[in-house]
Design a protein around this ligand. Structure first.
Ligand SMILES: C[S@@+](CC[C@H](N)C(=O)[O-])C[C@H]1O[C@@H](n2cnc3c(N)ncnc32)[C@H](O)[C@@H]1O
Length: 443
């Protein structure tokens, strides 16, 4: 629900851009105070449909940037306050955050940022803080700010618990590079099954070494050439790698577990596999069907819990793209850094282990399982696979080679798992963090 003005306004009309900022405040507080996933609340916000496309894009940019830069922004706000804001003034804190984001990180007019912030505080019934908001934001607008080095900024904008984990798993230099990669708006990546070079040209995109077409400033996705005819689908460059690890799937029966929205189902179907795509959530299964229909690709979609469902007969290959904390996708979903907590890792790892056991029971002797997560946490990747290998003598790892992922040697772990990081392919704008292990059920 958007913020509706409360109380009396005297004389002046509402400043332009206030409804958009009201929605931004609602979305930001939704993440930070009500733990609501941002994509979902953006799509379903009751007032977002009233905005024109430019204002909608502004809301998106404002909230996503505020979350990407939250550590720096909070430092700036704290530097302007003599003492912390009272607890009941949470909305004031969020209004200040949005104001600082506009002044320091977006090209909004400082005057509009200050004016609308003051009005927003009044709208939330905390009008007593109008003077403070006005003074803080005017000061931020007045003071010259030296640009922060990206590595330092990356650290400042990473919650401590995540930072500590990444330093311990990857070392400080890599943790810094990961955190710095999260500062940037990610490009739009497309998987194109046919005539990739031709489509890269038509779309004005870059063809990455791994075969993904990358666009910057793409605009509305359905308006892009090739959307209606189903020539491509949106899929991060890293997300496009794991399905390839099953090798030539032409004519094979392949089970794709946890399948929606269907990027990997589409890859397998386009490569000629007979795919059974298993998805638990009906709404997401429907989205998967719609996506396949647009792409003119076929797969059998089964609505079921992958932990309980079994195929009629064992299959040659299973892809398990397990639910995870998704910390590898923070550059696209900066809210994840604030929605997830350390305890979630243990919970999702337990679910993943259960799903991997189920996958093992679906695959025929000699068949392959590719286990995938988009998490940077070793408990949901390397360590989980080690544990499963220790408990299942009928499973072996089949190491991935750099040649199979178009020479992306930096993404091959010491035991032959695929481990992409947001700082990989840095010269091209990075990629999401994915883990994939290829396992074979012994004959
Ligand atoms: C990481 S997403 C999968 C992305 C997908 N494989 C792709 O490439 O587009 C995880 C999906 O698994 C589904 N899911 C989670 N737990 C499941 C379960 N136990 N059985 C089946 N689907 C599940 C979620 O609803 C979600 O759609």
């Amino acid at each position: 629900m958007g913020l509706k003005p409360q109380g009396k306004r005297t004389g002046r009309s509402a400043p332009a851009g206030l409804p958009a900022r009201g929605i931004a405040l609602d979305l930001l507080s939704g993440v930070l105070r009500r733990h609501r996933p941002l994509d979902e609340s953006f799509e379903s916000h009751s007032d977002i449909g009233d905005l024109d496309p430019r204002d909608r894009a502004f809301v998106r940019s404002l909230v996503w940037t505020t979350l990407r830069r939250l550590g720096e922004i909070d430092g700036i706000v704290a530097g302007c306050l003599d003492r912390p804001l009272p607890r009941k003034a949470g909305a004031v804190e969020d209004v200040l955050r949005l104001g600082v984001a506009q002044i320091r990180f977006l090209e909004s007019s400082p005057h509009a940022a200050v004016d609308t912030a003051v009005e927003l505080v009044r709208s939330t019934g905390l009008g007593g803080f109008k003077g403070l908001v006005n003074a803080v934001l005017r000061r931020v607008a007045r003071e010259e700010a030296a640009p922060c080095d990206p590595l330092e900024a990356g650290r400042l904008n990473t919650p401590d618990w995540l930072w500590a984990r990444w330093v311990s798993t990857y070392g400080e230099a890599t943790a810094s590079a990961i955190a710095a990669a999260h500062l940037n708006e990610p490009p739009l990546d497309l998987t194109v099954p046919n005539d990739v070079g031709g489509w890269a040209e038509r779309l004005g995109g870059t063809l990455l070494p791994t075969g993904t077409v990358r666009l910057s400033d793409a605009g509305a996705i359905p308006a892009l050439p090739g959307y209606d005819e189903g020539a491509w689908w949106v899929q991060d460059a890293a997300a496009a790698l794991p399905a390839r690890l099953l090798g030539d799937v032409g004519g094979k029966r392949v089970v794709d577990l946890c399948a929606a929205p269907g990027g990997k189902t589409a890859q397998l179907a386009a490569a000629g596999a007979q795919v059974v795509a298993v998805e638990r959530t009906p709404r997401r299964a429907e989205r998967l069907r719609t996506n396949l229909a647009r792409l003119r690709l076929e797969a059998e979609v089964v609505e079921a819990d992958a932990a309980d469902w079994r195929p009629d007969a064992p299959v040659e290959a299973v892809l398990l793209d397990a639910p995870c904390t998704a910390t590898g996708t923070i550059r696209r979903h900066p809210d994840i850094a604030y929605l997830k907590k350390a305890a979630d890792i243990e919970t999702t790892a337990r679910v993943q282990a259960r799903l991997l056991r189920a996958a093992r029971s679906m695959v025929a002797p000699g068949g392959l399982i590719v286990f995938v997560t988009c998490s940077l946490e070793a408990e949901e990747g390397e360590r989980l696979v080690e544990k499963q290998l220790a408990e299942a003598p009928d499973l072996e790892r089949v190491p991935v080679t750099a040649a199979e992922v178009d020479g992306l040697a930096e993404a091959i772990g010491p035991r032959g798992d695929l481990r992409t990081l947001p700082c990989h392919l840095a010269d091209f704008g990075g990629m999401d963090g994915f883990f994939a292990a290829r396992l074979r059920r012994l004959p």
